[in-house]
Design a protein around this ligand. Structure first.
Ligand SMILES: [Zn+2]
Ligand SMILES: [Zn+2]
Length: 440
């Protein structure tokens, strides 16, 4: 009830502040133009649904046959508050949820969806650029403080050599966070600290990398950087979601993404925008913008060949002054439905309807409650040195009072001295651990 009320109030605020702005889309050469309500991408078909004009995360159930796609990162490697790097959330009417890429800055966008973290345990990485998996560590271990009690499952491609593969990168990510894990072991329920790595062969077009609960996810090779980049195609209930991650236009995409209900493909800034707004030289702009990536005119060619129900262009700074140029270039080679992605853009799809909206975000979101009962952790803390420990100001009376307040409220019988002993082990245990450390 409370949540509904908050949603309702936010709705009024959005109606006053947001919608008029979101509907302002620049058409090439004509200046600002008001599009019909709820057509917030670019030149989209009118939806049949009677849903509200904005999406309020956590307040809308999906229909059993419906797919929701949320942009949790539509930007580039260079950080900006408005657009995180690549990350796409796919939610299905059967309850399944998937993340495709998890680029730097995307974790807070994911958190804004108000989804319990146990339900966010599957991540598919397209390639190992920081703008495509830079927030994985934060999401994995931050997720344990957001009440995830299930292991995090990650899929990603192999590389030309072992060291360029997903397994190699993620094994080292685990090593990079041993300090983080050591501080939490024995303190919080650690079941969510498990990172499951699923590496697959990037050279097999159409390889099924996931098949559960009626959902099939295929990988196809992408052409980007060096070997070991892929795109993904998810199929469920007659709906097809295609996500390029980063790639130069390629034949596998055109074959496997063919007729997708939603085809999300990278679309870099035009070379001229790269020169004039991002400080590239013409040489850099052409090499990066048309050979390493897909420019808007190439994006249009790809979509003309793919013929999706909806094309989505992402991986560029989508501003009032870039959108008209981007759209004009896309329109040189493609005349079908297209949306220019922004963070928090939401797509609802069924076989016969398609709705594109913007989300209204609750900036003050807290972690969702745990889905399962928490267990008292078994492990022990790595002992601190006597040097650091000797700096403690204990305030014993205050400590006892705080613990007594909590015990009285929750009916527990926890004692600071006893718990500290269990956590740190006995003095002999600590000595033993120090000896072992010295020997190493
Ligand atoms: Zn990349
Ligand atoms: Zn990228």
């Amino acid at each position: 009830m409370k949540r509904y009320l908050v949603g309702f109030l936010l709705g009024i605020a959005a109606a006053v502040l947001g919608i008029a702005v979101a509907n302002l889309v620049m058409a090439p050469g004509t200046g600002p133009q008001l599009l019909p309500e709820r057509s917030q991408g670019s030149e989209l078909p009118p939806p049949k649904t009677t849903r509200r004009s904005a999406y309020f995360p956590g307040t809308e159930e999906l229909e059993p046959d419906e797919m929701r796609v949320v942009s949790c990162g539509s930007g580039m490697p260079s950080a900006r508050p408005k657009q995180a790097a690549a990350c796409w959330l796919v939610e299905l009417g059967n309850g399944d949820k998937f993340l495709f890429d998890i680029g730097a800055g995307s974790h807070e966008r994911i958190a804004a969806q108000r989804i319990p973290y146990d339900d966010l345990d599957k991540v598919f990485i397209g390639h190992l650029h920081v703008d495509h998996y830079g927030d994985l560590g934060a999401f994995w271990l931050g997720g344990t403080t957001m009440n995830r009690l299930t292991p995090l499952r990650v899929w990603g491609p192999s590389g030309q050599e072992e060291k360029y593969g997903t397994r190699y990168a993620l094994e080292r990510l685990k090593e990079a966070y041993v300090w983080d894990i050591a501080t939490r072991s024995g303190v919080i329920d650690s079941r969510g600290m498990v990172l499951e790595i699923n590496e697959f062969d990037y050279t097999k077009p159409g390889l099924i990398v996931y098949e559960e609960n009626g959902v099939v996810i295929r990988s196809i090779p992408a052409i980007h950087g060096i070997d070991g980049a892929v795109s993904y195609i998810l199929e469920w209930n007659g709906l097809k979601f295609a996500y390029s991650s980063d790639t130069f236009p390629n034949k596998w995409w055109i074959e496997y993404a063919q007729g997708a209900d939603i085809a999300i493909h990278e679309c870099l800034l035009t070379p001229i925008l790269l020169v004039e707004k991002q400080g590239f030289t013409p040489y850099e702009a052409l090499v990066v913008g048309t050979l390493g990536h897909t420019s808007p005119q190439q994006f249009g060619k790809v979509m003309s060949a793919t013929q999706p129900r909806l094309a989505v262009a992402y991986h560029f700074y989508n501003d009032f002054d870039t959108a008209p140029t981007m759209l004009a270039d896309i329109r040189k080679t493609y005349d079908g439905p297209v949306a220019l992605a922004l963070d928090y853009m939401v797509f609802n799809l069924t076989k016969d309807d398609l709705l594109v909206r913007m989300s209204v975000i609750d900036e003050e979101v807290w972690p969702s409650p745990p889905q399962r009962e928490k267990e008292r952790p078994q492990g022990r803390l790595t002992p601190m040195s006597d040097f650091v420990s000797s700096g403690r100001e204990i305030y014993p009376m205050t400590l006892r009072r705080v613990w007594a307040e909590v015990n009285a409220r929750y009916g527990t019988d926890l004692r600071p001295g006893k718990v500290a002993k269990e956590l740190m082990g006995s003095a002999e245990d600590a000595e033993e651990a120090k000896e072992a450390k010295r020997e190493n």
